[in-house]
Write a protein that binds this ligand. Sequence first.
Ligand code: FES
Ligand code: FES
Length: 177
Amino acid sequence: MSQVITDKNGVKRYLITINVNGDSHSLLVKGNAILTNVLRDDLNLTGTKKGCELGDCGSCTVLLDGKPVDSCMVLAVEADGREITTIEGVAANGQLDDIQQSMLNHAAVQCGYCTPGMVLSAKALLTRNPHPSEREVREAIAGNLCRCTGYVHIVEAVLAASRGEITPVDLKEGDSR
Ligand code: FES
Ligand code: FES
């Protein structure tokens, strides 16, 4: 249960501790603060995008204890004590995650709004089901809308990653890939 602090104007704030991409953060948040805003505004993790803010588009997808969620539908206080992965936490040690590499290989990296959520939903799928069918891939990314309806390359990329058909490339500092 998070600690409640009331300021002199009677506004309540909640002291939460969240683990984001392996780092622990203690933050004071309002009771109605949504997780998307806390990640973007308080932690400067702007890879999590805001689209509809209605739970429809998936732009704001993060992993909460390993499961993909629309972070615009999660109150920051609900995330207290939990593990969050944002798109900034997917590549590690200068190396893209397999799903990111596969999406590059298949020209499936599209705009910055839909891609972070697609990557996180696909990553969660491959973690729980390393060899999904095409239908399972499509179901896993069903909550991530591409306004351009460009899903074919994304599905191919996820399936290729599931087959281990990737060529890792080391990221170098300043690399814009
Ligand atoms: S911004 Fe959260 S689902 Fe669209
Ligand atoms: S490429 Fe991102 S919404 Fe279509």
